[in-house]
Design a protein around this ligand. Structure first.
Ligand code: SF4
Length: 508
């Protein structure tokens, strides 16, 4: 990015005379990825509504500097708290690079009284923080909407950094590794309606298609649900964000009405897992379109789709329906607890076609426990049949299984990269030359890193630190070799399956 200032609506620059706590909110990846997530808008708003706090943003990539805030160029190290949101395991290397570039000691043990407190939250660490303990002073485990205020108060009222860390360790849902707690309970908030919601969201003033345009465009993000009422054996959200909670229809309409007044957008993007399980979704979708804005939704469960619902999304400008069959066969879907049969998926695509969608995107996972070759060929067969039967553009997004801590498949292994590539080849061969069908997915080498980080313990900190130093995929290989720690094999190993799990001290 050039040094020219990016123009953004709704940024906050505080009168520093009133401020006593400075927070650097950091997203350890691109500006676009960080600004697409609700967490950035949420914590920015929650913190800046306090008169005693100034929160400014930092991103690793595509900004003039990863260690000077976008708002006022405040140096990262001049914050009291440097708070990261870790959404993807591999972004830990970017986090470490940001600390180093910002002249903050990489390892928590090397920080002194003048160092900021490095706080990390997000689904990755709420599931298994152990691989990252070397670099982090405190973790927010679970949902941080309310805890963040306790964290600020603890830091504000403490007499020293050590004192602050001691006080932080006593807050439910905050894990301070140095305090060596015997257990930490994940924070789950009961009532979404009572929470403060960010209605003035930051919108970059950039042309469509720009590198800085968030993935959903000029859009107001609305969290409709949290957690999920289902519990597919592989799914992190289905296990660590229980139970499913919803916002009431009245509260959602109130939030959107305020959001459309306060944020210069032309679209509303709904956020949440298993959105279709919200009884009022159809009503909400038609109401939003009636406000004269576009509308989009993430993946919907195939069995929750109705023609009336999809017609609202088509009116709102959505052209691609995303659903997640996860497996090609009903048998394997039953094994994983997905509870969808082939007919549900066929019906969803038929309704999409009838409603006026131009394309469908289907998410699949390969390398699942109990998967047979027939389950793999069934993926290609399903994609091909749907594209032909409904003459609709069909994208198969095929990604390797990544075992996640706290799920029912936490002790299962990921097949080797070679085995995964064989499976991908089989699917590619099955759909080759089929009109309107394309395939995409994450490189199995990357998912192997994700798997190792998901189920690793604190012994892999050395590998992570070296990988951050060298960078890229090759950096992880070099780090493994140099450290002598068998990092990659963790993905294909069952070494924890029968013993104490590194993450067992995190409780619900
Ligand atoms: S995969 Fe979807 S339906 Fe299953 S538990 Fe996760 S969010 Fe819920």
């Amino acid at each position: 990015m050039s040094k020219t200032r990016l123009r953004e609506h709704n940024i906050v620059v505080k009168d520093l005379r009133e401020v006593s706590i400075f927070v650097g909110y950091c997203y350890p990846s691109t500006y676009r990825a960080g600004m697409t997530g609700l967490a950035t808008h949420l914590f920015y708003a929650l913190l800046n509504t306090r008169s005693d706090v100034s929160c400014e943003r930092y991103f690793r990539f595509d900004v003039p500097s990863p260690v000077h805030s976008l708002e006022t160029s405040r140096p990262l190290s001049e914050n009291h708290i440097v708070a990261f949101s870790l959404t993807w395991e591999e972004d830990i290397v970017n986090l470490i690079q940001m600390l180093e570039l910002g002249s903050i000691a990489i390892e928590a043990k090397d920080r002194d009284e003048n160092s900021p407190i490095v706080l990390v939250g997000g689904p990755v660490v709420s599931s298994n923080p152990e691989p990252y303990v070397d670099f982090v002073d405190a973790f927010a485990i679970g949902e941080g909407d309310l805890v963040i205020h306790d964290v600020i108060d603890a830091v504000k009222n403490s007499s020293s950094r050590l004192d602050a860390l001691q006080d932080l360790s006593e807050i439910p849902g905050v894990y301070v590794p140095a305090a060596e707690p015997s257990s930490v309970a994940r924070i789950i908030i009961d009532d979404l309606d009572s929470l403060v919601y960010p209605t003035s969201q930051i919108i970059p003033e950039v042309p469509e298609g720009s590198l800085f345009e968030p993935v959903f465009g000029r859009s107001f993000l609305v969290e409709v649900t949290r957690g999920c009422g289902h519990s597919c054996k592989f799914c992190l959200i289905g296990h660590i964000c229980r139970p499913r909670r919803i916002r009431s229809l009245d509260r959602l309409k109130e939030i959107i009405a305020h959001g459309l007044e306060s944020s210069p957008v032309n679209k509303v993007s709904l956020i949440g897992s298993s959105l279709g399980d919200h009884d009022g979704l159809e009503d909400l979708a038609h109401w939003i379109v009636g406000q004269g804005v576009d509308l989009s939704a993430p993946s919907l469960r195939a069995d929750s789709i109705t023609l009336e619902l999809l017609e609202a999304f088509v009116k709102g400008g959505q052209r691609t329906l995303t659903i997640a069959p996860e497996a090609g066969s009903t048998k394997l879907r039953k094994v994983m607890g997905k509870g969808l049969d082939d007919e549900d998926i066929d019906r969803a695509v038929r309704i999409a076609k009838d409603a006026g969608y131009k394309a469908v995107k289907l998410y699949f996972i390969i390398g699942l426990p109990d998967e047979s070759q027939e389950d793999i060929t069934a993926i290609a067969r399903m994609v091909k049949q749907l594209a032909r039967k409904y003459s609709i553009r069909t994208t198969a997004s095929v990604n390797p299984f990544v075992p996640k801590a706290h799920t029912r498949w936490e002790g299962e292994v990921q097949p080797t990269v070679e085995a995964l590539r064989e499976k991908l080849k089989l699917i590619e061969a099955g759909i080759r030359d089929t009109p309107r069908v394309t395939m995409e997915g994450v490189d199995p080498r990357n998912t192997r890193i994700q798997a190792a980080l998901s189920v690793g313990d604190r012994s892999i900190g050395k590998v992570i630190q070296l990988a951050a130093k060298y960078g890229g995929l090759g950096g992880w290989r070099r780090a493994e070799k140099e450290s002598g720690i068998p990092f990659f094999s963790l993905a294909n190993d069952t070494r924890y399956a029968d013993g104490e799990l590194p993450w067992s001290f995190i409780t619900n």
